[in-house]
Design a protein around this ligand. Sequence first.
Ligand code: GUN
Length: 160
Amino acid sequence: MGAKSLIDLLKLLPHPEGGYFRETYRSNEKTVNAEGANRSQSTAIYFLLENENKSHFHRIKSDELWFFHQGEPIEILYFENSELHTIQLGNDFLTGQVAQAVIPANVWFASRLAGGTGYGLVSCTVSPGFDFLDFEMATKQNLVAEFPDFSEIIEEMTLD
Ligand code: GUN
């Protein structure tokens, strides 16, 4: 199945960070996050990237779990302790891909298709649940200022 059919079938919509998504679960139970704000206990989304789509550098205030479903492997990039880390999310375990990944809360992260073509379909869950109030897109200027050694990839993977 092609990306377009899958986007239609799963009723995915463009995400502000790039790619396509639909929220598939939001708990009725509520919790309070580290800053004292009311949030759902957990949420889940489908997320799809196709071809040159990028999820541009952004951060959220919960750890985010990623689960690979189908298509081509997805590369997740994130900054931690001034280092750029990469994870290959896919099903080819023998080559080091993983089908589950955890992106720690509050780190800048981005993703793209590892091979740049086709599509990859994943799920992402967060707890406390997602709220756009906890979501921040990075600017090129600020991210390059924070991680000057990585300006090239930052240029490529930021929106503004
Ligand atoms: N709901 C809307 N956007 C997102 C996102 O980027 N991650 C998660 N986990 N849920 C979302």
